[in-house]
Design a protein around this ligand. Structure first.
Ligand code: MRU
Length: 349
């Protein structure tokens, strides 16, 4: 794999620091669960599946440092709570922690060393499952997008946002692997955090997939001038009715795509589908610091004292979504019925 996002090495979690890309490839070493939680909160690691995997490894680290069997219950509660509270929108984080909690509950009375081993094994399984799911959904997506040579994506749903391979970018990788011709991938900057220009452009260049960077404000122009055959994006949470929470700006892309008759696809593993969440209105939207809006790369670009808004995600109504590509199937409307049929064995609740 060309991009290594997360690694578990001898009781340490190694993360590529995504805040430093594309200028520097710097790796952070987390030796305890608090450092993992801090890395998630501060976007060292980001992207729905990636933060789920990191949180699972954080639980394994938390258990690893317990010395006294008597403190297991109180320490583990603290570990789960700290990691739960890092970011609210991406359900993969909560899904992975629910898996880790189940493993904890099943093994907490079997001895401390066994518990530590089981939690580490479960975290590694979550990691491997994510890569496998991405590869499978990539293959299904490549079939669906066959013949689309000019594709637009938003934010970063690549190897960096997952344990590896990627979801939306996994579809592009699978297309390339299958020999499909890709003439151009439009990537918008994705203000305020610039996941598009910093991360997606970097990943696609590394993969030698042709990439054209545009600012967010050019989206309408490229659609109107008929330069885009299909849109494919990732997701942070898909509600039971098919509404999709994803990086802020996704809704704008979807509205434009519909206006111009361009199919709008969402690629995500079933761990992103939350059947317990009836609609997009029930998805918590993270609000982030105003500095992300008033500054770019540490430089202030707005006057002191200006009022800002910084919702990190928006919700795209299911009526704008052409299909949801998962590792189990390509799900099409009616989403309420079809998502339940495909995802009921993997969903959180
Ligand atoms: O705030 P981020 O960078 O964590 O948001 C990431 C996104 O919105 C991605 O599109 C989403 O998590 C899908 S990643 C496979």
């Amino acid at each position: 794999m060309t991009v290594r996002t997360i690694e578990w090495r001898a009781g340490e979690v190694i993360l590529i620091d995504q805040r430093r890309l594309p200028r520097k490839e710097v790796y952070r070493v987390c030796r305890n669960y608090r450092q993992v939680a801090q890395a998630i909160r501060t976007m060292v690691v980001r992207g729905a599946p990636a933060i789920g995997v990191a949180a699972a490894m954080g639980v394994a680290l938390g258990a690893r440092r317990i010395r006294h069997p008597k403190s297991v219950g109180s320490v583990m509660e603290r570990v789960f709570r700290t990691l739960e509270d890092t970011r609210p929108t991406a359900v993969n984080l909560h899904w992975a922690l629910a898996r880790m909690r189940r493993t904890y509950e099943e093994n907490k009375d079997g001895g401390l060393e066994l518990l530590k081993q089981r939690l580490e094994d479960e975290a590694m399984e979550i990691y491997e499952d994510d890569i496998a799911a991405n590869r499978r959904l990539g293959g299904l997506g490549a079939g669906l997008l066959k013949g689309s040579r000019r594709i637009l994506t938003h934010c970063n749903a690549g190897a960096l946002a997952t344990a590896g391979y990627g979801t939306a970018l996994g579809v592009l990788r699978a297309m390339k692997e299958s020999g499909a011709a890709i003439d151009e991938v439009f990537v918008d900057e994705t203000r305020p955090f610039l996941q598009g220009s910093r991360l997606t452009a970097w990943e696609l260049l590394k993969e030698e997939i042709p990439v054209t960077l545009i600012t967010d404000s050019m989206m309408g122009y490229v659609m109107q001038s008929r330069q885009v055959d299909a849109v494919v994006v990732g997701a942070d949470r898909v509600a039971a009715n098919g509404d999709v929470a994803n990086k802020i700006g996704t809704y704008t892309v979807a509205v434009l795509a519909q206006r111009h008759g361009v199919p709008f696809y969402v690629a995500c593993p079933t761990s992103t589908v939350d059947l317990g969440c009836p609609s997009g209105a029930d998805i918590p939207i993270e609000q982030r610091s105003q500095d992300e809006v008033t500054h770019i790369a540490g430089s202030r670009i707005a006057p002191d004292g200006v009022h800002t808004l910084n919702p990190a995600f928006d919700v795209t109504d299911h009526s704008l979504v052409s299909a949801i590509i998962t590792e189990k199937a390509v799900v099409t409307p009616p989403y309420k019925k079809n998502l339940r049929a495909v995802c009921s064995s993997t969903s959180l609740r």
